[in-house]
Design a protein around this ligand. Sequence first.
Ligand code: NAP
Length: 493
Amino acid sequence: MSPSVAIIGAGFGGLCMAIRLERAGIHSYTVYEKADGLGGTWRDNSYPGAGCDIPSHLYSYSFEKYTSWTRRFPEQPEILSYLEHCADKYRVREKIRFRTEVRRAVFDDGAWQVTSYAGDEERTETYDVVVMGVGQLNRPRLPDIPGMADFEGVSFHSARWDHDHDLTGRRVAVIGSGSSAAQLIPRVAEQAEHLYVFQRTPNWVIPKPDAEFGPLARLAFRFVPGLQRVYREWIYRYAEGTLHPALAQGWSAEPLRKRALEHLHSQVPDPELRAKLTPGYPPGCKRIVIDSSFYPALTRDDVEVVTDGIVRITAKGVETTEGPYAVDTIVCATGFKSTEFLAPMEVRGRGGRSLEEQWADGAEAYLGISVPNFPNMFLLYGPNTNLGHNSIVFMIECQVAHVMSCLAYLSGSGPIEVRPEAMAAWRRRLDAAMARMVWGGDCQSWYKTAEGRVTNNWPGPTTLYRRLTARPPFRAYRPVSAGEALEPVGVAR
Ligand code: NAP
């Protein structure tokens, strides 16, 4: 009999899992989605200019090679409609329970008790397996600046864009200068009367060679046999062969630094502004911004880059160490609570072990997928599976394939859990590879905890990740019974 599966989240990960189950003839699953639509981050991030800096043909499922992309780099509406198309084509939409938030998942008596809320209506259902597809960037982080509540104008986070608020003729402050800010600033600058960009730390920026696919290119992708596959493979290999080595410490990052500095010099003629925008940490330590219209927007007469520290928000605007800036709109492009992973969901495994307690020193999971003491629970886009150089959709597909082979294994064995020795070997591999990468350097980023542990990124090549996730699960997993002793919390590294 097929296991029953609760999938939490209807973004790229959750949808991929649902589609793979459907295609395997397993219909005993439910997708829980707290919002009223699917798409996850691509539903939430609808700010002007939102898009992806990974090319369309790679930022899509390998089994649904979409031929209708209009641009080399997809914009948010097109990605969202691709996901809608996938949900309909593979008939998973009817399995999604929208406006239903899972707040608790408890492993009890050999099965998962999943408690969800649809409005005030609470419901607890039993499943053999839970698959967490909530992503890493789903909870906006508002800045902890004093006085936010005193502001008399309109303020919102980039991932909660207020589309009813017309920016025409407004004096706008954008706090933050990461990838989201870089995409929205050029669009906001076109509308606003004046724009202040509050930059705490500059980012390395490289150009985004975007282009529209003309009618001929689109016809070719559709009808020339193998073209789509070859193009996708080429983009993948380029990212793997060129960008991944650039994120390691040492000389291999030099071409990237040179490229970014050339881009800065070619787009920003003013030396004073250039100095403000030049980072003082190695490229890649924070997520590199890939954008060609960010710098030109910052050189406009009606845009000002403010690097003085923000002291507080007042009723009338932003006050810095150098004085006040009067604005009527504040956009917080201040990122996400990325290292908290499944929070605020309460997750309890064997013996009532809470995931929060187990992850007190930072989140970790075997292959980013499985957690000791939490049998039959699988994470998609979990700890240490984010990339700074290639498509997350590739990683998600590797994870879903792994979960599918685990499902086949547990169907014959009952609940399974990752073996302690597999977990220990994974930690060793991760730590050794992480030490070579640039992320642990002297910069603050959403890749790491306040203590400096990189919990979000995968340090190896994605080809290795595919190989590791493709191994048969019986080597790394074992059947467990409820009464077994728990694995210790945290492990000295
Ligand atoms: P982010 O990279 O975490 O950037 C947040 C920005 O807000 C940073 O500039 C940060 O400054 C600033 N900030 C935070 N708190 C602040 C405070 N209290 N005072 C002043 N400044 C503050 O977030 P994001 O731009 O939303 O991007 C998150 C990730 O989403 C990206 O790295 C990327 O992986 C993904 N994304 C991808 C795309 C794409 O094209 N694929 C597009 C958008 C987003 P500090 O640097 O000093 O901390």
